[in-house]
Design a protein around this ligand. Structure first.
Ligand code: AMP
Ligand code: ZN
Length: 117
């Protein structure tokens, strides 16, 4: 598998391949960042690896989690999130994971409650 390997049935692989449109805000050779379709905060961006992995553990095996966090930090700076932000990796049914291509949620621009729902 290469860094560009894809799953033809995966929605986010289709976004990587530009077969499904998305509002991309940043990208590099390993990852892309685009706005969530259903934003939960003034800034809600998804950062995903170009290489398909079902969840964070799988993408960690691919050595791609650093790239996701670094790109998220770049977007946070571009978005002016100087008061902070949250990075979320929903994994599995209890966390409500709906898309099985690793995605790091970057949320910010409002006071975020804790504990999360
Ligand atoms: P999760 O529940 O962690 O799997 O989150 C999946 C996220 O993907 C949700 O926040 C959705 O709003 C978002 N989403 C689903 N389809 C799209 C899409 N085509 N473009 C952008 N975001 C999407
Ligand atoms: Zn995929």
């Amino acid at each position: 598998m290469t860094d560009k390997s894809t799953d033809p049935h995966c929605l986010f692989c289709k976004i990587v391949a530009e077969k499904v449109p998305a509002e991309v805000v940043a990208s590099n050779d390993k990852a892309i960042a685009f706005r969530d379709l259903n934003p939960q905060a003034p800034t809600h961006v998804l950062v995903i690896p170009r290489r398909h992995g079902a969840n964070a553990a799988e993408s960690a095996e691919h050595g791609l989690m650093d790239a996701l966090v670094s790109l998220a930090a770049e977007v946070a700076e571009e978005e002016g999130l100087t008061h902070g932000y949250r990075l979320v990796l929903n994994t599995g049914p209890d966390a409500g994971q709906a898309v099985f291509h690793t995605h790091l949620h970057l949320v910010g621009g409002r006071n975020l409650g804790w504990p999360p729902g």
